[in-house]
Design a protein around this ligand. Structure first.
Ligand SMILES: [Zn+2]
Length: 498
């Protein structure tokens, strides 16, 4: 018997966890893990189907008459990351599992690589269910199960996006790729990616009458973070704060903007942003002391949260053939950037630690004759997400600037249903087992299951899973005790549905 089987309960889980850790399953290379799961399903006598996108479906009928059909879902792929000093070929090498102790708790981790507990814990829970139904230690009389194993979750959600909708059958869904012990996920935000390319109609600096010199402002040292999960932490967005500063300088001094640049990703809170301006030499000292006062003010407003915020303002070498935004356009752009929304827009009416709607001015990028604004709107409500999008477009139209606009991506929110039967059952189940209510959480980011849930608007759903730390990193670990707790929790819900 392998030592993993003895690690905790259910032993089938740990046996499977060890087995799948030997099967390479990086995103886009799910074939081998899919075959393994499919063969297990067929061995146990269940019907398996693979759709065009590569997702695997396994149907487990109720023993007698079906009264309820439940979808259980997880993803097959994993993030493949390793430490630089580790030799590991993710296309063939097995993960080297080991057990570590953190604060007297056992955790499983992999030596130098990601563990794939995201979403290996989901895979193993479903394999365990199949095995136990087959050997008769688990029975469902009126509950039939539809197991869905998706591909490409960590790559681009491609499996869920292109899933064969006709195979997603069930009026309830439990996703096993969220949470941690003691938590039940009850919704996630939808997202709308947005780009506007605003014409700057650049003119040559040499055509301006005054003798102008370039300076560079760099706003740096901000914390940044995920534009979903970290949006209510009060952090500053460098693009937005630099826009404040430029607007105020522009109001008091004659400036000519050559460029504004900041951020690399729409879904990250911008940590650093810079601008190159042409100014009159005699204004330099004054602009410098003016911005020093501004930054002091900003720092006061972000006390504690943005301790390392720093603004530098330096003279730089003049570039040959340098251009600046035409004057009228510059004013409009500065006005627009000053008032364009960024950050939380409203709080969730029921759970006020979450933003109901938010947006993030993730990227500002100056190109030859336009400046690109890239945003990501999020909301738990389809209505509010559309509203944010419409508000921004209205604002852009009102600016009178010439531009092209593009919606770069969209996925629907999983709108929380606090009155769902499934959530009620989950709360009851956890309370009965562990004498306390589970924490109902919402995810400020996109979960793949939102794409499945939205196929049938009346579908009830929750998400859950064992406790994982440092997901997507070589320190990724799975808490042993949380596996048994999550298993008992899941089982209790299934038994109540039966
Ligand atoms: Zn995952």
């Amino acid at each position: 018997m392998s030592k993993f089987k003895e690690l905790g309960k259910p032993e089938e889980f740990w046996d499977y966890f060890e087995q799948i850790s030997k099967i390479p399953r990086c995103s886009r290379f799910e074939e081998r893990i899919r075959n393994f799961i499919k063969e297990e399903g067929e061995k146990f006598g269940f019907k398996t189907t693979i759709d065009k996108a590569g997702n695997l479906f396994i149907s487990i009928p109720a023993k007698s008459t079906e009264k309820e059909k439940l979808i259980l879902q997880c993803h097959m792929d994993m993030v493949c990351e390793k430490n630089d000093n580790v030799l590991h070929d993710f296309s063939k090498d097995p993960l080297k599992l080991k057990v570590i102790e953190i604060n007297n708790e056992k955790w499983v981790t992999a030596e130098g690589t990601t563990l794939g507990a995201d979403n290996g814990n989901g895979i193993c829970f479903l394999l365990t269910i199949m095995k136990k139904i087959n050997d008769g230690s688990l029975n469902f009389n009126s509950l039939s199960l539809e197991l869905i194993f998706t591909v490409l979750e960590e790559y681009n959600l491609g499996g869920a996006k292109n899933i064969d909708k006709s195979l997603v059958k069930g009026n309830m869904l439990i996703n096993l790729d969220s949470g941690g012990d003691g938590m039940v996920t009850n919704g996630c935000t939808g997202g709308i990616g947005f780009i506007a390319d605003i014409k700057t109609k650049p003119i040559s600096v040499d055509n301006l009458k005054d003798n102008l010199n370039p300076i560079k402002l760099i706003l740096s040292g901000l914390t940044g973070g995920h534009s979903g999960g970290d949006i209510t932490r009060g952090r500053g967005n460098a693009n937005k704060l630099l826009s404040h500063i430029l607007w105020k300088i522009g109001k008091n001094y004659s400036i000519h903007i050559n460029s504004i640049n900041g951020g690399n990703a729409a879904n990250a809170i911008t940590r650093e942003s810079n601008a190159i301006l042409y100014i009159k030499e005699e204004d330099f000292a004054e602009i410098k002391s003016f911005t020093n006062i501004l930054i002091k003010e900003l720092k006061k407003n972000y006390e504690e949260v943005e301790k390392n915020m720093h603004l530098s303002i330096e003279r730089i070498e003049s570039k040959i053939n340098a251009t600046v935004f035409s004057e009228e356009i510059q004013k409009k752009i500065l006005d627009l950037l000053y008032i364009i929304p960024c950050g939380p827009l409203s709080l969730h009416p029921k759970i006020r630690i979450f933003a109901f709607a938010s947006t993030n001015l993730g990227i500002l990028k100056t190109e030859k004759d336009y400046i690109r604004i890239r945003m990501l709107h999020r909301s738990f409500s389809e209505y509010y997400n559309e509203k944010t999008c419409e508000e921004v477009i209205t604002l852009l139209k009102m600016s009178g600037l010439e531009m092209t606009r593009t919606i770069t991506g969209y996925y629907p929110p999983w709108e929380p249903n606090f009155d769902s039967k499934l959530l009620k059952l989950a709360k009851e189940s956890y309370s009965e087992l562990y004498n306390k209510e589970p924490l109902v959480i919402l995810v400020q980011g996109g979960l793949e299951c939102t794409l499945l849930i939205n196929i049938h608007p009346e579908m009830e759903a929750i998400a859950m899973g064992a406790s994982i730390r440092d997901m997507h990193s070589p320190n990724e670990s799975l808490q042993v005790s949380s596996v048994e707790k999550t298993w008992n929790f899941l089982l209790r819900i299934l038994q109540k549905l039966d």
